[in-house]
Design a protein around this ligand. Structure first.
Ligand code: MSP
Length: 529
């Protein structure tokens, strides 16, 4: 089978502050997708990083008596270390202050100036400094001339600006969205974009008075390229090299949240269509699509520092040390706001999901299998030779689970993927209840049947561990170690790529292989009194 390429990105996060659960969430979703595609055998490029040239970064730096670069360096390092510590498998880390990014952005904007899709003009309007964004007059009025984000007054600004001819591309973008050539998901978000596109005007793409923090407009050093244009281009600059260009050509999937959909679903594709017309850039194409999830709220309310419900790094570390990194990943992936409604990060819910899915279902089921194998078969996988009258020919459940899992992951439905794997484990539990090997084993004459039953259970568990690996890789690798399975080594030996479909075929577990006992994978959590 020819290798497919898969290119996935997260937004690049502002470095004015430290990472919080929202940043961790999008990066976790991207990591799960990247791992899934690698497990399937795809050649994956996964990009995340930070957005540095924002006024709020230079403002925050000034408050601390630092240069913007010093402040950006400090916070970029925190993001980078955090993602590394949480074992994100991104292939590179964007920093927009890096030369390799700035040089490409300069070249793109120079090409657009030359083609006429970027031109000089003047702009006057209401500016929201918190969002780094102009708002329309009617929106400004609706907001009471205050930022809907931070409540600070909007500022009336007039400046010489370079504009991008968004109006010339709005029809082409809308057509690409309608045709599915550039997909905007979840689908419910499409109309919002199509309506707004129909009215879109040319947009300013430069700023003055940034104190030199940013990328200068080529040929006009008094003007700085607007931070949003600089930032959007990261998805292209970091793969615009001979080795990486094939990832771009495969079509990027941009994961974001709903707050920045307009930039990604309208301005970004329009910029690319304009660049594609410039000499030397014919290879530029539209992204495969953009996926905009909703927001995490916390304990039923919008996250805010003053309410004390902010899920910051300290809280994140608390969850990891209490429940494990995989438990946090599992909660984020399966309970997260991938759809159009916000999701609640609530401790009680976290504990419930942890105990139900991870401790009682997965952990407990694996313990039962390894304990019985050790008790009745000295820790060796028994042979499945004997007939088991009580059960259907086993293995069907696994095939269906793989199909459901694959369909869900291809559609960025991580809850659906988790449910498919959980369903398979529950079916093992039901099978154990139904066939009662622990009762049968009391009579030595039944041991061949018990062996067949346990083989089926262990084999289904092997497959479930493959399906769960993208979400809870560390615990699944622990299962593999205990079962003597070398998928991690095989992937490592093939540039990180696996063979999900082949590995999930029924019957590959070898009778005689060891199943080691060990500590519970996910000890049941009891809240301290
Ligand atoms: N720098 C811009 C993005 C430029 S991309 C070319 C930016 N940065 S940000 O730091 O504000 O990050 C916004 C992103 O963080 C959201 O799109 C989302 O991915 C994530 N989240 C921030 N808060 C969130 C929640 N409360 N819930 C879920 N994700 C959220 O915008």
């Amino acid at each position: 089978m020819p290798t497919e390429r898969y290119y996935v990105t997260t937004p690049i996060y502002y470095v004015n502050d430290r990472p919080h659960i929202g940043h961790l969430y999008t990066t976790t979703v991207a990591d799960v997708l990247a791992r899934y595609h690698r497990l399937k055998g795809d050649d994956v490029f996964f990009l995340t990083g930070v957005d540095e040239h924002a006024a709020k970064v230079s403002d925050a730096a000034a408050e601390r008596g630092l240069t913007p670069q010093q402040w950006a360096d400090q916070n970029a390092a925190v993001f980078q270390e955090t993602f590394a510590r949480l074992q994100m498998t991104n292939n590179d880390f964007v920093r927009t202050s890096q030369e390799r990014h700035k040089a490409k952005v300069t070249a793109y904007v120079a090409a657009l100036l030359k083609s006429g899709d970027v031109y000089a003009g003047e702009y006057e309007g209401w500016y929201d400094a918190g969002q780094e964004e102009y708002v329309t007059d009617s929106k400004a009025q609706e907001y009471g001339f205050k930022s809907p984000i931070n409540g600070k007054p909007l500022v009336r600004k007039k400046e010489k600006n370079y504009f991008f001819k968004l109006e010339s591309y709005r029809e082409a973008v809308a057509t690409a969205i309608r045709a599915g050539e550039f997909s905007v998901r979840p689908e419910a978000r499409c109309n919002e974009i199509l309506n707004r596109l129909a009215e879109a005007k040319d947009v300013p793409i430069s700023r003055t008075g940034t104190g030199g923090w940013g990328i200068p407009v080529p040929g006009d050093p008094d003007q700085t390229i607007y931070v949003w244009i600089d930032a959007l281009f990261n998805y292209l600059t970091y793969v615009d090299t001979p080795e990486r260009r094939p990832y771009w050509e495969a079509g990027v999937t941009n994961l974001i949240a709903k707050d920045i959909l307009w930039f990604h679903a309208a301005i970004w594709p329009a910029l690319l269509l304009a660049l594609k017309k410039c000499p030397g850039y014919e290879w530029v194409r539209l992204p495969r699509g953009v996926y905009a999830h909703s927001f995490w709220i916390s304990e039923g309310q919008k996250m805010s520092k003053s309410l004390g419900n902010f899920v910051d790094l300290a809280r994140i570390d608390h969850y990891i040390s209490t429940f494990s990194l995989d438990a946090l990943r599992y909660f984020l992936a399966t309970q997260g706001p991938l759809g159009t409604t916000d999701a609640d990060f609530a401790e009680a819910k976290f504990i419930e999901v942890y105990n139900t899915d991870l401790a009682n279902t997965l952990g407990n089921c694996f313990s039962r299998i390894s304990n019985m194998t050790n008790r009745y078969f000295a820790g060796r996988v028994p042979s499945p030779a004997a007939a088991v009258a009580e059960s259907q020919p086993y293995g069907h459940g696994a095939e269906e689970a793989l199909a459901a899992f694959t369909k869900a992951l291809e559609g960025i439905d991580l809850a659906g993927g988790g449910a498919a794997a959980q369903g398979l484990i529950r079916s093992i539990d039901n099978y154990i209840e139904q066939t009662a090997p622990f009762k049968l084993a009391k009579d030595a004459a039944n041991l061949p049947r018990v062996g067949t039953i346990l083989y089926h259970c262990a084999e289904a568990m092997r497959i479930a561990s493959l399906l769960l690996w993208p979400v809870i890789p560390h615990k699944c690798e622990e299962i593999w170690r205990r079962m003597g399975l070398d998928y991690a080594q095989q992937m490592q030996a093939s540039a990180g790529r696996g063979q999900l479909a082949q590995w999930c075929q029924w019957g590959q577990l070898q009778p005689g292989a060891t199943i080691a006992q060990g500590d519970p994978l996910f000890p049941r959590y009891q809240a301290p009194k």
